[in-house]
Design a protein. Sequence first.
Length: 278
Amino acid sequence: MEVSYQRFWIKNDQVMEQQKLPADFIEHGTSLYEVLRVMQGIPLFLEQHLARLKHTAQLTGLALPLDDAGIQQRLHDLMVSNKVDAGNVKLVINYPSPGRTADLYAYFVEHSYPSASDYQNGIKTVLVQVERPNPNAKVDRADYRRTVDGAIRESGAYEALLVDRQGNVSEGGRSNLFMLKGDIIYTAPGDKVLKGITRQMVFAACRNRGYQVVEKEISLQEMLNMDAIFISGTSPKVLPVSQVDDQRIDSGSNAIIRDIMAGYDAIINEYIDSHQAK
């Protein structure tokens, strides 16, 4: 069930009250979505999120109801109405049925940002045998979400890591996955995962810091033999992994991960500074 975390939310060009948000609208028809993090009143990496939304629409053969400027205005209306300048916003384009006009929804969602201890020591993850039907398309699928959320809830983990039918570990349920061996960073090929916006910025942070990133399929056994692991995403940013199922991995003290974390934070600060100046 979708819930607005703040009093006001947006439907198309109208500001709506929280209690009127349809409980299960996202499961009717097809829903394309993006989740953006807002910091200091700036939706982070908005241009990249909108580019991915358009790419998802192309992959699914659907047309977006608004252009970039129209969507940006709806996000601005959402923040102004709620007088909120930080948090996570979910942007949904819902196509209720063939032939019907798509509806745009934008609303603040509850978020779970890692604690200082999580960033210092790393987080627990759980392995799940599941694949996205179309990894590159960000389409909300209730069955996939139930499987991932159920595994996280039952194990007490922060995130689930997805294992495909070939025994390869591709990504997290809500994040992208990176592994280190020596000073080389490995991650799954772009056509096998959702190309996360934070993933793009991690690539940039690695380039800025002089680290090589190799895209290749990684088996579960290979991953468990890596020196360190981290995930990236809207809420976690860059976050070390200290445990995969029952296996411990000392990622929290890895100097390269800590350097990449600093590099990613620098990219965020630069983005905020450049957009506040406009």
